[in-house]
Design a binder for this molecule. Structure first.
Ligand SMILES: CC(C)(COP(=O)(O)OP(=O)(O)OC[C@H]1O[C@@H](n2cnc3c(N)ncnc32)[C@H](O)[C@@H]1OP(=O)(O)O)[C@@H](O)C(=O)NCCC(=O)NCCS
Length: 170
């Protein structure tokens, strides 16, 4: 990710339709983005979010970001997070992004488990993750408060063994 990506992230993170599925809910200023970027650059390289860029003809267009965080080297586990801010890319990108991040997690970082949290009503995200091979795992009841009510958060995960089998089956 580059500092020059921040204006797009700021625009997208102020779109309520995009943040509906994210834990992030307050308006974001450029100062917030700058300070987030500076802090992110001080973290370990493996934990830094990655820009999502999609090839359009010859050019690569920024579409959002994703990443692995809460890395636990002893347990060889990490959490996955994603947002695609360019809504013209919705319904055609997320599965491939997760597949690429899983490949990075298992084949490069030598992790064993990648898990994610998704709000109960985020059907698009759940479907996207299932297509990438993530398996429903559990439910955190009333874990988030939104629009005046509590909602459940579902957890899903992919283990290295299942991911390998899925690849061999193709
Ligand atoms: C969640 C997100 C990453 C998914 O990526 P995407 O490119 O939109 O989704 P994908 O193309 O990978 O898969 C979506 C699938 O769900 C389907 N879908 C869309 N809306 C749906 C709905 N309301 N109910 C059920 N399925 C739905 C799509 O048709 C597609 O399935 P198909 O390929 O079989 O037709 C992306 O939409 C996003 O960033 N949203 C905003 C932020 C967010 O919610 N982040 C996730 C936090 S957990």
């Amino acid at each position: 990710m580059e500092r020059s990506d921040l204006p797009k992230f700021q625009e997208w993170l102020n779109d309520p339709e995009t943040t509906e599925g994210l834990s992030h809910f307050l308006p974001v200023s450029m100062a917030d983005e700058e300070s987030w970027f500076d802090q992110m650059m001080r973290s370990d390289a493996e934990q830094r979010p990655l820009a999502i860029e999609i090839q359009d003809g010859k050019a690569w267009q920024l579409a959002g970001n994703d990443g692995l965080f809460h890395l636990e080297w002893t347990n060889r586990s990490a959490e996955f997070g994603i947002f695609i801010g360019d809504k013209s890319r919705w319904d055609k990108s997320g599965t491939e992004v997760l597949q690429l991040v899983l490949q990075h997690a298992f084949d490069t970082l030598n992790l064993n488990r990648v898990y994610l949290r998704v709000f109960a009503g985020n059907a698009r995200a759940k479907h996207s993750y299932e297509k990438a091979g993530a398996v429903p795992e559990g439910r955190m009841r009333q874990a988030i408060f939104r629009h005046g009510q509590y909602i459940d958060v579902h957890t899903m995960s992919t283990l290295r063994s299942g991911w390998r089998k899925g690849r061999e089956g193709k």
